[in-house]
Ligand binder design. Sequence first.
Ligand code: CP
Ligand code: NVA
Length: 313
Amino acid sequence: MDINKYEPKYRVKQENLLRLTDLTAEEIFEFLYAAKAMKKKFRVRESSNVLHGKTVALLFGNASTRTRVSFEMGIRQLGGDYLFLPKNETQLARGESIRDTAVMLGRYGLSAVVLRAFTDEQLHEFASYSEIPVINGISDQAHPLQILSDLFTIWEVKGRLDNLKLAYIGDGNNIANSLIMGCSKVNMDVAIASPHGYSPAQQVVERGMQYGDVLITDDIAEAVMGADIVYTDVFISMNDEDDEEKKRKLSRYRVTPEMLALAKEDAVFMHCMPARRGEEVAAEVIDGKQSIVYDQAENRLHLNKAALTMLIK
Ligand code: CP
Ligand code: NVA
């Protein structure tokens, strides 16, 4: 389906946003259209009070710059309030159960909770006991807000989503998994090039293949050839152990100017950030004219605002 022919209703049936597997293409489009509207208002400094009287808990288990700041600023810009809860300062750090935490957080007048750095199992358990919407601010298997925001950025830059090709080079991690689901659902071709042993989760690949063209390879050139977007992420994710063997195997999967030259001439470079120049991406690429990483990072703000307004009923 062509996003440009879709008529948004600015509503979704979803109660939570845990992973892109749960969304239809139409629901993805709803989030993207809402982000577009948010960005337009932000540009003309139009104020909004749509979250007036609402408080959102940010229960974060690891470091964050973009996700935290875009939520805190986004909630303020919508007239709402937030509660930043570092996970290690809650009783979760002393072994209190996910169930008790989820039930209790629903009793204090909060309107939603953003969970960051929980396992997918914990996330789903939390959502099953929660009376308020639960939003995944990154888990070991998925980063849905990031990839929705990235699809919005691609739509802005390329003017469409369908029949584009995205090549992801590197570790088959949470970003790779969510790219497979997000791209395949909106009819973008997705090619993932990872070294043997670091491919994305098999069940995600199989699911993605039901919706679209998903290529999993260890051949960088095969993935990048003809791509409209070249995307990468860190070799070692936040919740991974520092692993020299993994870094050594991934070292060939660095996005360099030579590699980018295999993509289409007007291809763009994307990275969810934080980035390590000289490791997964050459400085000339991320700081070069094909890079759109700062637009990508800004769009987290607009997409998060869209997600909050659609999920808080
Ligand atoms: N991309 C992303 O989630 O960034 P942070 O880790 O800074 O939140
Ligand atoms: N894969 C990275 C993404 C950071 C936004 C991580 O999990 O650390």
